[in-house]
Design a protein around this ligand. Structure first.
Ligand code: GCU
Length: 697
């Protein structure tokens, strides 16, 4: 049978990330049959053909016996599937045909591995194929049948990409991976092979939705909705074969900016008509368009407040325009006063999203999703889980993560975020008996009628390694995998990523390579936390770009990001009894847990409380000694990671090794700067010497 191999879009100058040819060996050395019609089945067939071409396997037709059979099955055979089975949260009962539109069933017998997806929903075939790729040889050993389905939908990346180069933010806002994959200097980048290769990587880790422009919608970007829609359609055409829907960030002021309307008031009938007609035009051009992403009344973006309307009014306006086409609006909850007076101790930025949105629970349309940042402030290295997530049982909630490392080392530092994300997803806002954050995003509990899924701000760009720092690829991979299976163990995901990306078995010393990578990536979030802002207090970064230390950088700023250090102590009192009352925004038991320093977890102590430097932590150390010790330790760990990476030189490709080596030089330099500035600051404020007498400046 002759099938054209896929061109996975890899130019020699683009890193294959977790899909090097070598990762396809198990599939590619077998006889593979793909039964099924349609674009996604064609993609799978072409992918398999590409793998076979490399490793001597063969695409076989209906008359031949395949080792791997990927097939669409008649839905009438379908079963609901159950729990358990391999893959943790996505297991099943072995029925032939999963009903979830992206689900699939895997049968592994002695003579054949079969992936079955519903004929009505061939996306399962694609996810099933990449599941087999991930399993590698293990996919061809017998195991009980299991049905897999994603826990969360959508699993979406937001690209904060500008079409025009922004004078301050550049091509990609908070982008640390070169230019945009989609745009360059006001035009489409016109590198379809790169976008296609990106789509392939994303599909292979489970991502199924993508917003192509920045949530801060400037003038040129606003026009993507109307006269520049063709540019969006061209991207959608490249993402579609990999089961990824295209979404667009839009401006609430669009009716005025683009439509010549006198107002953008969400309740104005002309405004409503304009959005309906505009959405109709979008769907006429892109029939599987995903929907809109909106940042409103936030950091200068327009919104419903200008017209005395609520955020439910604003979100519902767009939801109604999208509803006839099955589209959704992701309405962001990141609303706060970024012009506050630092002298005003009653205003607390952490409270803002809950204050604005919790009273609106139940007012949003079924296709309006409230997209909530995982923490109440802004993607700090350590934050509590946002109380909004547990406070709106009648609203569809999406949880927003930040893969781009704005506050976590900007892809110059290794900072693997999967352990943090896993903690967030497992957190139970109502205690042991209620759903976890992942359950809320899945739509469990309450009358919300569906979940909102998981979103991450993408960390990828036109950099040949996709993410600037090659080890930051793990953040992208882990995001997709956790969105599919939120209870996955981050350490197992790291192993999975290591096997695919570095194919250790093809090197001279697989165990040394595995152990080395586990070490430098696995604990990197804790290391980063140690040398930056202590005990959950956050910020202390340089204003504007947010890289490197500046302890008082935001202390007297209007952005609401303070630590209140004085000669006696440090931290923000957010208790109900004596502070801003933020702790009371949580349900029980957390409102009690966070209320007092005695019960508050130490890693969040300074987020919730202002304590004296002599306050004793559970470790037995005082806060001030903890600050000194962790900052020394963090630098030592970064130096050790750098040395360990150097020792892997013989096992890693030269280009990748060199890039990471270069980044470690900067990480260690910057970590030392953090250590010395933070320790000197607190020594000078407190006057308390380091009990080990180390040199502090
Ligand atoms: C942060 C970030 C901004 C971004 C904003 C958002 O504040 O620094 O660049 O626009 O988050 O999430 O909207």
């Amino acid at each position: 049978m002759s099938v054209t191999p896929a061109d996975p879009g890899l130019a020699p100058d683009i890193d294959p990330a977790w899909l090097p040819d070598e990762a396809l060996r198990a599939v590619g050395s077998r006889r593979v049959r793909v039964d099924g019609e349609g674009p996604l089945a064609d993609t799978v067939r072409a992918e398999a053909a590409y793998a076979c071409e490399r490793f001597g396997g063969r695409i076989v037709g209906p008359g031949d016996r395949p080792d791997l059979l990927l097939r669409l099955a008649d839905d009438s055979l379908g079963g609901e599937g159950g729990e358990g089975g391999e893959g943790g949260g996505s297991g099943g009962n072995g029925e032939d045909c999963p009903r979830h539109p992206e689900g699939f069933t895997l049968h592994r017998t002695l003579d054949r591995t079969t992936v079955t997806a519903s004929a009505a929903a061939p996306a399962g075939l694609l996810h099933g194929y990449f599941h087999v790729v991930r399993l590698g040889e293990a996919a061809f050993t017998p195991a009980p049948a299991a049905t897999h389905r994603p826990a969360l939908t959508p699993r979406m990346l937001d690209h904060w990409d500008n079409v025009d180069v922004h004078p301050v933010m550049g091509q990609v806002e908070r982008g640390y991976a070169g230019g945009s994959l989609f745009w360059r200097d006001g035009r489409p980048r016109d590198e379809p092979h790169r976008i296609r290769a990106y789509a392939r990587l994303l599909a292979s880790c489970g991502i199924d939705a993508l917003a192509v422009n920045n949530v801060n919608v400037h003038a040129t970007e606003a026009r993507l909705l109307t006269d520049r829609l063709d540019d969006v359609a061209a991207i959608a055409d490249l993402l579609r074969p990999y089961g990824i829907r295209t979404h667009l960030s839009v401006s609430c002021a669009a009716p005025v900016l683009l439509g010549g309307q006198a107002t953008a008031d969400p309740l104005d009938p002309h405004v409503r008509a304009w959005w309906r007609e505009t959405a109709d035009r979008v769907y006429a051009r892109i029939p599987d368009f995903g929907g809109f992403v909106v940042k409103a009344d936030s950091e200068g973006q327009p919104g419903p407040f200008a017209y005395g309307r609520s955020h439910a009014d604003g979100a519902n306006l767009l939801a109604d325009a999208l509803a006839p086409h099955g589209g959704i609006v992701h309405w962001r909850a990141f609303v706060y006063d970024h012009r506050q007076d630092w002298r005003d101790r009653t205003t607390d930025r952490a409270r803002a999203a809950h204050d604005h949105f919790a009273p609106l629970d139940g007012e949003f349309r079924p296709n309006a999703i409230l997209q909530v940042k995982h923490g109440p402030i802004d993607f700090q290295t350590r934050e509590p889980v946002s109380p909004v997530i547990g406070a709106m049982p009648r609203t569809r909630i999406a949880v927003e993560l930040q893969a781009t490392q704005e506050y976590t080392g900007q892809q110059w530092h290794v900072c693997a975020l999967a352990p943090m994300w896993s903690q967030v997803l497992r957190f139970r806002p109502h205690g042991e008996d209620g759903p976890g954050v992942a359950g809320v995003a899945a739509g469990d509990g309450g009358g919300r009628g569906g979940g909102g899924g998981l979103v991450a701000v993408s960390n990828a760009g036109a950099d040949p390694f996709w993410t600037g720092h090659p080890l930051a690829q793990f953040n992208l991979y882990a995001f997709g995998r956790l969105a599919w299976q939120p209870d996955a163990d981050p350490a197992s995901l790291l192993d999975e990523w290591i096997e695919l990306t570095f194919t250790p078995n093809r090197t001279a010393d697989p165990d040394r390579l595995r152990a080395g990578l586990r070490h430098v990536v696995g604990g990197s979030w804790e290391t980063y936390e140690k040398y930056t802002a202590p005990l959950g207090v956050g910020f202390m970064v340089q204003p504007g770009h947010h890289y490197g230390p500046s302890v008082d950088g935001y202390e007297y700023s209007p952005w609401g990001t303070y630590h209140f250090a004085d000669r006696d102590g440090v931290g923000v009192d957010r208790s109900r009894a004596t502070g801003t009352g933020y702790a009371a925004q949580y349900g029980k038991p957390w409102s009690d847990t966070y209320e007092t320093p005695d019960t508050c977890p130490d890693e969040l102590l300074l987020f919730f409380h202002h304590v004296p430097y002599g306050h004793v932590l559970r470790s037995g150390k005082t806060v001030i000694q903890h600050i000194y010790d962790t900052h020394f330790e963090g630098v030592t760990e970064a130096e050790a990671a750098r040395a360990l990476w150097a020792s892997l030189k013989d096992l890693v490709s030269p280009a990748r090794h060199a890039r990471v080596t270069e980044r470690y030089e900067e990480q260690v330099r910057c970590a030392r700067e953090w250590r010395d500035q933070v320790n000197s600051y607190f020594l000078r404020k407190s006057g308390v010497p380091d009990r080990h007498g180390r040199r502090i400046h």
